[in-house]
Design a protein around this ligand. Sequence first.
Ligand code: DGJ
Length: 751
Amino acid sequence: MRTKGAHIHFEEQWNQFHLSNGEVSYLFKISEDGKLLHLYYGKAVSNSRDYSYLVEMQHRPMTTYRQEGDLLYSLEHLKQEFPEYGTTDFRHPAIQLKQKNGSFITDFRYACFQVIEGKPSLKGLPATYVEAANEAATLLITLKDEVTKAEVVLSYTLFSQLPVIARSVEVKNPSQDVLYLENLASLSLDLPDQDYRWVQLSGAWGRERYVKERDLQQGIQSIESTRGISSHQHNPFVALKRKNTTENSGEAIGVSFIYSGNFLIQAEVDTWDVTRLQAGINPFGFKWELQPAASFQAPEALLVYSDQGLNGMSQAFHAMFRNRLARGKWRNENRPVLINNWEATYFDFDEEKLVAIAEKAKEVGIDLFVLDDGWFGERNHDKAGLGDWFVNQKLLPKGIGSLAEKIRALGLKFGLWFEPEMVNKDSELYRQHPEWIIHIPHRTPQHGRNQFVLNFANDEVVDNIFEQMCKIIDESQLDYIKWDMNRPLTDIYGVNLPASQQGEVFHRYVLGVYKLYEQLTTKYPNVLFESCSSGGGRFDAGLLYYAPQCWTSDDTDAIERQKIQYGTSLVYPLSSMGAHVSITPNHQTNRLTPLKTRGNVAIFGAFGYELDLNKLDPADCLLVKEQISFYKQHQSLIHNGKFYRLVSPFEGTRNRTSWMVVAADQSQALLAVYKGLNEVNWPYDRIVLHGLDPEAVYEIEEKEYTGAELMNIGFIVSDSSSGQINEQNPLPETFDFDSKIWVIQKRGERK
Ligand code: DGJ
């Protein structure tokens, strides 16, 4: 079955398209009246077969039909690629286009197709890409609506080596009339049954991307954002997994929407148990004016099929995001270990204090010093200064250049925090341009954290911030930028746009953010960008295109972080998860956890520290040094290896969390186990490992095991705290919230 490479076949005798890379197949056909009928998506099936029999039709009462005299052909009964309302289908459509006469109904029909090698880019939008034409093949299908003359181009890119399909849609208006796009799904996929569990990543500030699941039911289940950012509440990702799917076996279909603003992902189960999965810009508050000759490009949605459980799905997303979404120098280079001063000082710092932290950081092996919020304008607290991207003379009278020089003289790289999209009323920028904030004329603007959102739907605003940032980047020769965003958008309105375009502000805002990122990353290719939005409020695939890492959460507690990082790993690679060791008692939970465990959790991410190392005792400083050296030794394995979730912190039956990462050539792996509270007389505990070479001999703590043993029998992780203390079994060596990382090293093949 497996034929290397991505193939797109058009089988003319059956009007059938078959996209296959030997691992997955995606099939649909053109109906006699030009509609695209979905046939199959899943594990690969053969070419040169007529799959028309999958178009099932029955006469059913209370339906409507396409042609008079025909009581069979109803789109309500059919699985489709680009469904529309008002054409006999009553489910949610992939498009709504408002016309001069007030109708929003269209009837797009097949016009032509084109197959191209490789993958075209999406103008102004983040998207996956290829580096060689044979990495993917793209099918572009043009549909036309006879009445409005509007055209739709559906794009399907199938990747050669991964079970991944990228989808997007472009709408064109070649007519003489203005059209209004009110809804456009980037992806619409009709699956033949509803026997799935819906998996979403949801939460709040400080507990982002918790794994939540439920069975699909007739009706609509959805997640969305209406906050202008992808949000802490729901991540633009959903998986549908079969009821018997585990982490390592069974079917799962994942959808990640490559977008950083309002989104909607929904599954509508109809009355015949067909599941319609859709992902796109949230139609809430969206209305795009399409002038004659104009077009609209929808963002990309990435579809992954796995028959190897959720881990198989995640590994495909990780490989795509790491290698064909993230770009630039830092895509493949080892990331610097950083120290960030936020939790160490908050706004209470001066040059001396910062340099003292940096000096200690250098001693333990840290590479990069990051100065967080407070260095600019009149920013002595969170009521002033945003928008003024020049040095805060009160805190740093010698300037940012002087601080940068001192940090660099220590042998460290230097990075700064920005919040480019925001302004405080108490700032030079606001005093000069009060009209630049997002606000509704004659209404009081709403604040969040005492700040207002700059209207990034206005190029003039974006250009101003770009120029201000360039000056600082040049002056301090920045190596790193943390781009923060600390409040959602609410009272949406763009005073620069006419009434007819107010429905564009949310999306234009996101395009403005992308534009600034693009300008900065192009002008400063060596700068490492880390995105952030009060922790992980905008941790999405859209921003990974510009910033290869993102601050995962403001919650740095090692126990909470296990859940956050576990959930995040469902779709995002470890290299993208900013993870720092902070002080105890933890600033968010007030919990005491061992430094060892804080390190053991943060190491599985883009690693760093967020504390004043001068406040640690010498033993802890030594441990920090060891953690950094361990991380540096294994960073490439952690960031590029295959990640396997083993024991879930959400299931809580074993008082454990566990995961492992395995090198691509299976020569090395790391296994991590994290414990909750110590338990007395606890059961024996074994963990079954994954991803190793069954024939290989591996060494763990000077003992040899075959890969098959470790993956079939498991590895013993029983805890010495479990037993009763006596002469043979002295004091337990472990404690609450203990953890351990084992290095698994291949020593050869089994003889
Ligand atoms: C929110 C971020 O998530 C924190 O890491 C920190 O940068 C603060 N903002 C600063 O205001």
